[in-house]
Ligand binder design. Sequence first.
Ligand SMILES: *[C@@H]1O[C@H](CO)[C@@H](O)[C@H](O)[C@H]1NC(C)=O
Ligand SMILES: *[C@@H]1O[C@H](CO)[C@@H](O)[C@H](O)[C@H]1NC(C)=O
Ligand SMILES: *[C@@H]1O[C@H](CO)[C@@H](O)[C@H](O)[C@H]1NC(C)=O
Ligand SMILES: *[C@@H]1O[C@H](CO)[C@@H](O)[C@H](O)[C@H]1NC(C)=O
Length: 299
Amino acid sequence: MIINISFTMLLANIGLASGSADLRLITYNIRYAATLLSTNEEPWAVRRPLMASQVNFETSNRPEALICMQEVLNEQLVDLQSDLGSNWNHVGVGRNDGAQDGEYSPIIYQADTWRLDRNKTYWLSQTPHVVGSTGWDAALPRIVTVAQFKHRTTDVPLVFMCTHFDHMGTVARNESAKLIIKIADEWMVQGSNSTKPAPVFLGGDLNLELTEEGNKTLTTPGAFQDIKDLVPKTHWYGNAKTSTSFTTSTLDDMRIDYLFVRNPRGIQFSTYGVLTNKFEDGVYISNHRPVVVDAEMLA
Ligand SMILES: *[C@@H]1O[C@H](CO)[C@@H](O)[C@H](O)[C@H]1NC(C)=O
Ligand SMILES: *[C@@H]1O[C@H](CO)[C@@H](O)[C@H](O)[C@H]1NC(C)=O
Ligand SMILES: *[C@@H]1O[C@H](CO)[C@@H](O)[C@H](O)[C@H]1NC(C)=O
Ligand SMILES: *[C@@H]1O[C@H](CO)[C@@H](O)[C@H](O)[C@H]1NC(C)=O
């Protein structure tokens, strides 16, 4: 984080802002550590060092990075936590028992940079407070992890939500979007300690493309905005599609992983990128690609 001291003091003197906070947001479906492997899928033991070095590269000297992951089993969380180092913390629980069983949608952050004020997991169902509940026509229990942070040096507050929508239930995806908007409504007020509401960011694998009307609930006016749309096209980087499966065919590639914002007041988004999940060694680090956004938030 870079603060121009004299500029900051000038602003403080005239009673405006007290600096700005850099922000890097990442969402990455890392693929659960499967025992029954798909064609071209390498076991976690092979993917782990590649993923750790990729995440490390994307966050090195960026203590403000907030990472939302999906499909993370407890053993993978333990591995990544140990590979990334003790500066990093996470919030979140397994979706099956609200403890360590089942996939997490964790939020990974550095406690030196962000003060965690509150965190909670909701199940995407008619009973969001019932641990392990499955909603509507969903095949599996699904969750959203919510964390409220405050940037330690500038006091900038934000809420970050991390989710993974069901892969089968079309009603469940639609209703999950409505539930998340409702949860964001609550947290954007509570997430702020002043009269202005805090921005709410949402990362996740939605298992849907936003191209069709029936899929756009999350981005109805007044709800969330796709951050890609807030970044000038000249600053888009990398791939368009975010999910590749383990096949080299691009026919089944889809854009289903997103970073959204609600209430982006005072935030400048500078880049949007969809990075790679495969290098010249041919190993798929995951069957999804990481999505990265950089921004600057005024205090
Ligand atoms: C908040 O995060 C911590 C750390 O992962 C976890 O132990 C706790 O269960 C979480 N609380 C909820 C309600 O998700
Ligand atoms: C809100 O401000 C009060 C008074 O400064 C403080 O005690 C409290 O911890 C703050 N709460 C949050 C969520 O920042
Ligand atoms: C929504 O997205 C999914 C996944 O891309 C797609 O199969 C479906 O046709 C889209 N439209 C509707 C209305 O669900
Ligand atoms: C999603 O919900 C909205 C509002 O209730 C409804 O109009 C729309 O038809 C639903 N779409 C799907 C695909 O279920």
